[in-house]
Write a protein that binds this ligand. Structure first.
Ligand code: UD1
Ligand code: UDP
Length: 385
């Protein structure tokens, strides 16, 4: 029986890999050996817990204020030792983190086929997002099976002359995870959040962490939030703060003493997706949140200059607004106070998946090992409501 090793290290990889892990574990055709690098710690463990996944191997590489080269070298070293003892028949990596590219390189150098989930996203700017655009391009070059979430991402891969027969359009597994989790309507552990959900007050949900926004841009985000909080006393701003101390040092000082700003620790996935369904407006620089919020009909203002996820921008539920303080204040104001502007963006659309991405992934891996056949590719039309 072929052994497949999903390898992941950060919160978003864990969320998006969970449906694949479950599908592999439930399949009689494969042995699934889960390896985490521990690039994230608390934020990773939180996800494994909620999906009831116990890793078989944990490299525990995290260091405070870690560097990209540190993550890369500790991952390659740790995985190489693991592969030397017990090489899997293929690895699955997800997305564009440094864990995913380091794992792909470590496997490729050992002659182990790489399966890449969420393949083919491109911003076409090597430095934004940094280092993710480079990471995903490098991974594509050494991948045997590309699991593209959308037809746009497949086209990006074809433009790079990657073989069409190695590309499957699966949809993004984040929608599998979201549908599974939102259906449970998990309670908030923090009573303050339960109160906010019950209060009927408008909620602005904010997340920020991107490396290229750190420093002055992120301080501007903090100042913008402080101004919005003052201008809109009835609004509640909910900000689950990323664990990265660099992020907290930039954003949080401006928010001290603001009684309608609720700063929390990273929320467990069930609680975060419930807060997403409660929120009126989402302000974020996150990749995953850009995919989830449109599915719940929530307008998303993205604090970036570009995106590798154009589908929801085209559908009208996501708007790129950059990180300029004045622009953030103005765009949030428009969504909160102009019903026509709000209605134009608040449409539930599902360009990223129909909840069957893990099923298509499993079928594609079965075909790769001569054990079955792929199923029909995901098309956005299939998922349109
Ligand atoms: C990483 C990914 C990014 C992804 C993001 C998701 C890279 C280069 N970046 O960025 O693509 O969007 O994760 O959140 O792979 N920390 C903790 N505990 C945790 C997590 C982080 O203490 O559970 C702190 C540590 O001090 C760590 C720092 O945050 O050094 C930064 O973590 P790191 O993984 O390097 O960067 P992220 O910004 O999280
Ligand atoms: N998320 C979460 N708790 C939070 C904030 C976000 O579970 O407090 C989830 C969110 O639903 C999404 C993922 O984390 O699926 C996004 O992770 P992040 O923004 O850290 O990384 P990115 O997607 O930008 O790589």
């Amino acid at each position: 029986m072929p052994t497949i090793m999903p390898i992941y290290g950060t919160r978003p990889e864990a969320i998006k890999m969970a449906p694949i892990v479950k599908a592999l574990q439930n399949s009689p055709d494969f042995e699934c050996v889960v390896t985490v690098t521990g690039q994230h710690r608390e934020m990773l463990d939180q996800v494994n817990e909620i999906f009831d996944i116990v890793p078989d191997h944990d490299l525990n590489i995290i260091q405070p204020r870690q560097t990209l080269n540190g993550i890369l070298t500790r991952t390659v070293e740790g995985l190489d030792a693991l592969f030397a003892e017990n090489a899997p028949d293929a690895v699955v990596v997800q997305g564009d983190t440094t864990t995913s590219t380091a794992a792909a390189i470590a496997a490729f150098y050992r002659g182990i086929p790489v399966i890449h989930a969420e393949a083919g996203l491109r911003s076409f700017n090597l430095f934004s997002p940094f280092p993710e655009e480079a990471n995903r391009k490098i991974t594509s070059q050494i991948t045997s099976l590309h699991l593209a979430p959308t037809s746009t991402s497949k086209e990006n891969l074809l433009r790079e002359a990657l073989p069409e027969e190695d590309i499957v359009v699966t949809g993004n597994t984040v929608i599998d995870a979201l549908l599974h989790t939102v259906a449970k309507q998990l309670p908030f552990t923090d009573p303050q959040l339960e109160e906010i959900a019950a209060s009927g007050r408008k909620v602005l949900l904010v997340t920020t962490h991107r490396r290229e926004n750190q420093g002055e841009a992120m301080r501007g985000v903090g100042r913008a939030l402080a101004r919005i909080a003052e201008a809109e006393p009835e609004l509640v701003i909910v900000l689950p703060a990323h664990r990265n101390p660099v992020v907290r040092e930039a954003v949080l000082p401006a928010l001290e003493g603001k009684t309608n700003v609720v700063v929390t620790e990273p929320m467990a996935y069930g609680e975060f997706t419930r807060m997403l369904s409660v929120a009126d407006v989402v302000l974020t620089d996150s990749g995953g949140v850009q995919e989830e919020a449109p599915s719940l009909g929530k307008p998303v203002l993205v604090m970036r200059e570009n995106t590798e996820r154009p589908e929801a921008v085209h559908a009208g539920t996501v708007k790129l607004i950059g990180t300029d303080e004045e622009r953030i204040v103005a765009e949030v104001d428009a969504l909160l106070n102009d019903p026509a502007a709000y209605a134009a963006m608040a449409n539930a659309v599902n360009p990223y998946g129909d909840g069957r991405a893990a099923e298509r992934t499993l079928a594609a891996i079965e075909q790769m090992f001569g054990l079955g056949h792929r199923i029909e590719d995901f098309t956005a039309a299939v998922a349109a409501r």
